[in-house]
Design a protein around this ligand. Structure first.
Ligand code: FEO
Length: 396
């Protein structure tokens, strides 16, 4: 792959990872990319690198523009190894004494990743770096999504190099939003729901701060997926909407089942929810990746969990999704739990406990049915769903 000029003398030099399908537990059905950017000015600057195993490919891309040894400065917006893994090899190749600019926490974190030594230069929030015709500004974005994360803003071209923020796990030769179309919003939403959701309050503050600063943004260049150039405000507005977590007239019914009894309950509950004019999505956990469940849950007002009781506790796959969801800290949700059981039936109360711990408003103590739901059991499940549907309507 050759470098692609995205603005005068600014190049996308990253790589596409076509075949990755599992990104530390997040399903990447469309692969991903590790974006890096080269600015050719009086000083030549490389922003971020790529995963270690793709480093030579990135150096080849750079070579289609300049000899990589001419790079004067490397900026590391983020320490996570999908962006820093290539740093040691790049610095070895271009000259180990050349500076690597990073945030205060980047300094600490990069030192712990690469103790053998990089020439790290700590920059402060708002600090500027003149590289010739251009001036770059560094903006700390702590915890979006690591303590070291920062943005680099090119004042001249009004380009924001946003690290992980506004990214999407998407592999394709079309590198601009206007070349992909509507599909990209799904990938951006999935990325937000699974990587950034727990920092939603910080995102709202950051957008406020950027608005106050009057930062004009013509292009957003994230470290994954496409570049937002046709209307960058679209993804910023989507981030604001997702961060607010107001919830739509929608409920997800997330369940696992051993002998289809909990599944029958899930279907009747979903039907009861839908009878109230609320969109209901039953999701069998073993047919969906946890990251897709999280994406569906992002704009749902209600999250309903169903589990059989296995060995006196929650089914392991359900516990997995509950643990994952708890870490992402969804807000403003209504919760409920249900399940079929044989003789002890602890799962429902345990799930309710997890939902309460997540701060969800519990609309019912929970529905348990012994063994196989009969006609009366299915009617109870339907009514349980109706109650959830009504609660969603009342809450909006
Ligand atoms: Fe794409 Fe946080 O790394």
């Amino acid at each position: 792959m050759k470098a692609i000029e995205i603005a005068k003398n600014i190049y996308s030099v990253g790589v596409i990872d076509w075949n990755i399908r599992d990104f530390h537990g997040y399903s990447t059905e469309r692969g991903s990319s590790y974006n890096a950017y080269l600015i050719v000015d009086e000083k030549i600057v490389l922003i971020d690198t790529v995963k270690k195993e793709f480093t030579d490919q990135m150096l080849e891309n750079i070579s289609s523009v300049i000899d990589p040894k001419r790079i004067d400065i490397v900026i590391s917006n983020h320490t996570e190894m999908d962006h820093s893994g290539g740093l040691p090899r790049v610095m070895h190749y271009i000259g180990p004494d050349k500076p690597v600019y990073c945030s205060k926490m980047g300094f600490k974190n990069l030192s712990k990743h690469f103790p053998s030594g990089l020439n790290l230069r700590e920059v402060k929030n708002g600090e500027e770096l003149n590289i010739g015709k251009r001036t770059l500004t560094f903006l700390e974005t702590r915890m979006l999504h690591w303590p070291d994360s920062m943005f680099t803003y090119d004042k001249t071209d009004k380009i924001l190099f946003s690290s992980d923020a506004f990214g999407q796990h998407y592999a394709g030769f079309e590198i601009f939003d206007d070349k992909v179309g509507e599909e990209i919003m799904h990938h951006a939403k999935k990325y937000f729901a699974n990587i950034l959701l727990l920092y939603a309050p910080l995102i709202l503050k950051l957008v406020e701060k950027v608005t106050e600063m009057g930062l004009e943004i013509k292009m957003i260049c994230p470290d994954h997926g496409i570049i937002w150039r046709s209307d960058p405000s679209r993804i910023i507005n989507a981030y604001v909407e997702w961060s607010k977590q107001e919830g739509h007239k929608k409920a997800v019914v997330v369940y696992d089942t051993m002998w289809h009894s909990t599944e029958r309950m899930a279907e009747a509950i979903a039907e009861g929810i839908a009878s109230q004019g609320v969109e209901a999505r039953p999701i069998h956990i073993r047919s969906s990746d946890r990251s897709d469940i999280m994406t569906e849950a992002l704009n749902a007002k209600a999250i309903v969990f169903g589990s059989p009781t296995l060995n006196n506790t929650i089914f392991p796959t359900v516990a997995d999704v509950l643990t994952y969801m708890k870490g992402l800290k969804p807000k403003n949700k209504i919760g409920a739990a249900f399940g079929s059981y044989g003789w002890s039936g602890e799962a429902v109360a345990e799930m309710r406990g997890h939902l309460e711990n997540m701060g969800m408003e519990i609309v019912d103590p929970g529905l348990r049915i012994q063994y196989v739901p009969d006609e009366q059991g299915r009617a109870e499940a339907y009514e349980f769903g109706q109650k959830i549907g009504k609660a969603v309507i009342d809450a909006l």
